[in-house]
Design a protein around this ligand. Structure first.
Ligand code: ADP
Length: 619
């Protein structure tokens, strides 16, 4: 079969300097991209074109724009790079649209290659990389390569008018931190480097915010790639009390009197914050003495600044730090369980069964046939206030009921079309029942097996997209699922997939389920830091989501098949990962692998996953 031409045009190419001594030069060449090669030739009026070079597409490891900080010494000012074999070819396009067309087409054609994991965003020049200052030309890249950065045919969210920058003068002081690298998609965008700080200058667009870097460059970035750093905007968090003294904090927390009641307040030292937390844990003398402990939030003092309360657990932003310690004591006397806010009726923080809207009247509940049974007991179909519901009847001793009652208020308040809604709980009689939205097609893992071979690629992608939407909402609510898997998702009558059982793992009493050594612990869905240190976070949910995408694309197969938990842990430690299920598009597989990065901070957030999956679904 003859190769099909995809793109052609005149561009400027910089010599590849295969010999160290050859001088740099820039030549106009006629480039042709076909389904096999990228070829360039010299065309002179009246003469036959002479082919000057050709790169087999299969040899290409990376194609990306070059973010240059130097004047470009030729008439075309929009550079991009093609890394193949051990050479970097720099090509210059006359405008950004043209560059985008070439980069997108080349990425599309090479996306199934053995690609570089990292690349250099800036030029190799004068014997060093301008981005990372390494002096070895073949040194590994310093930026994560995103092979799909341009592959999406979905237009990115509309870019606002660059003239509108600095439209909000109040924003001048808001400092944000990049939580992911971001490579500009066009000239009005700005490069983001993970963990680096930027000043927010315009947040009026729903998706694209303008930020300024430390060199004064301003540009747009997707707002899901940044997080607020400064305390000036902590007001929206229930745990923050701006003007409160140490003594008043102690008074309020003692009044609350609940283990783990906490608040974040300004320290006497300007710009420093303190976490105050109430505990009844025995002191060093072994006596139980209710008291309030104060922990100052420290930073690492060297750039990039990271925050911590107990050494070892470092975070780019204070909200991330608090979120982490809401789920993990990790060096504190207790985990931060109940946020307490000045001026707010403290009963709002507790679960008051007698008045709660989440209390379901037993008389209003009609129970029907059994739907199945799970960790907590039987699940029955039912009706409540004219709607079909699923009712979980809690088996005695299966759940830590007191803790759950406190949490039920939080869970009933979580509401999103891609989460299975908890309508309420019925605690007046034993057994306690939980009343959920009814999902006709039952759990996702059974559904995938039952429909194996009949689901289209669009349906499979749509399922992942549904789940990522629900999870992005949980992530933005600072809520960790802890047991995300196909068995904990349910399918509606319209084949919509919703996330269920979020946070419930915390209330299971069976140690076989809760201890990472236990036979029921979901090791195959757990990230390394959960297996090793029970360190749960939204990023450990992201790992599980990678496994869940794998379950979707393998149509309900059990991950790691018949291998034991110990064998799975051993192969994860050796850096091995689940293999790509046969029908997975490579772009989706790359997302799975991204979710399975060893370090939690190297994994994408759900907001980013949602964005990426949405782009793929529009292809
Ligand atoms: P547990 O959380 O106690 O482990 P599950 O959530 O796994 O229990 O529920 C057991 C079974 O009950 C599921 O496999 C599913 O078939 C059915 N089920 C659970 N919740 C619902 C619901 N909201 N709608 C319809 N069926 C449900």
């Amino acid at each position: 079969m003859y190769p099909r031409v995809i793109l052609k045009g005149t561009l400027i190419k910089k010599s590849q300097q295969k010999r160290r001594t050859s001088p740099s030069n820039y030549k106009e060449r006629f480039f042709v991209l076909d389904t096999q090669d990228l070829t360039y030739s010299e065309r002179r009026p009246g003469k036959k074109p002479v082919q000057k070079g050709s790169i087999e597409l299969a040899r290409i490891k990376c194609v990306e724009i070059v973010c240059s900080d130097i004047p470009i010494p030729c008439s075309n000012k929009y550079p991009f790079q093609v890394f193949h074999d051990s050479y970097y070819l720099y090509i210059f396009a006359p405008d950004n649209d043209c560059r985008q067309r070439w980069v997108r087409a080349l990425k599309e054609e090479t996306k199934c290659n053995r690609l570089a994991v990292k690349y250099h965003p800036n030029f190799w020049m004068d014997g060093r990389w301008r981005c990372c200052h390494q002096t070895e030309k073949l040194a590994a890249g310093c930026h994560e390569y995103d092979p799909m950065g341009f592959a999406s045919k979905k237009p990115l969210p509309k870019t606002p008018d660059p003239e509108r920058r600095l439209s909000n003068p109040d924003l001048g002081k808001v400092v944000v931190v990049a939580i992911q690298n971001y490579i500009p998609h066009d000239a009005s965008d700005l490069t983001l480097k993970k963990d680096q700080e930027y000043v927010l200058t315009d947040s009026s667009h729903p998706e694209w915010w303008a930020v300024q870097d430390d060199r004064g460059n301003t540009g747009f970035v997707p707002n899901i790639y940044i997080a607020e750093k400064s305390g000036s905007n902590f007001n929206r968090f229930v745990w923050y009390n701006k003007n409160i003294t140490r003594a008043r904090a102690e008074e309020l927390l003692m009044q609350e009197g609940k283990e783990g009641a906490f608040m974040v307040r300004d320290s006497r030292q300007l710009g420093v914050y303190t976490v105050s937390v109430y505990t009844k844990a025995p002191g060093s003398n072994g006596e139980k003495n209710p008291r309030v402990k104060h922990y100052q939030i420290k930073d690492t003092e060297i750039e990039p600044f990271r925050f911590y309360l107990a050494e070892k657990y470092l975070f780019s932003t204070i909200p991330e730090l608090i979120q982490y310690h809401q789920h993990n004591a990790a060096g504190l006397i207790t985990r931060l369980r109940h946020p307490v806010t000045l001026g707010k009726d403290s009963s709002q923080n507790s679960f008051d069964v007698s008045q709660g809207e989440w209390e379901v009247e037993p008389a209003e509940l009609v129970l029907g046939e059994e739907l199945g049974s799970g960790e907590f007991g039987m699940v029955l179909q039912g009706t409540w206030r004219d709607r079909k519901v699923a009712v979980k009847m809690l088996r005695e001793g299966a759940m830590s009921e007191e803790d759950f009652k406190e949490e039920a208020m939080v869970v009933t308040k979580l509401s999103h079309p891609k989460l299975v809604q908890l309508y309420g709980v019925c605690t007046q009689h034993s057994p306690i029942c939980l009343v959920f939205e009814f999902m006709e097609h039952g759990c996702l893992s059974d559904y995938l097996r039952a429909t194996r071979g009949h689901l289209s690629p669009d349906t499979l992608l749509g399922m992942c997209l549904d789940i990522s939407e629900g999870m992005a909402y949980l992530e933005s609510s600072n809520f960790i699922h802890r047991d995300l898997a196909a068995r904990n998702c349910l399918v509606s009558k319209d084949n919509e997939v919703k996330v269920s059982d979020f946070g419930m793992a915390r209330f299971v009493l069976d140690d076989q389920y809760t201890s990472s050594q236990g036979s029921k612990f979901p090791v195959k869905w757990s990230s390394p830091e959960v297996i090793k240190y029970s360190k749960f976070s939204s990023k450990s949910d992201v790992w599980s989501f990678g496994v869940l995408m794998w379950e979707v694309y393998s149509e309900g197969r059990l991950p790691y098949e018949s291998r034991s938990n110990a064998e799975v842990v051993e192969s994860l430690n050796a850096g091995l990962r689940l293999l790509k299920p046969r029908q997975t598009p490579s772009a989706v597989h790359q997302l799975m692998e991204w979710c399975w990065k060893e370090k939690p901070e190297d994994r994408p957030s759900f907001a980013v996953l949602l964005h990426e999956l949405a782009s793929l679904s529009d292809l």
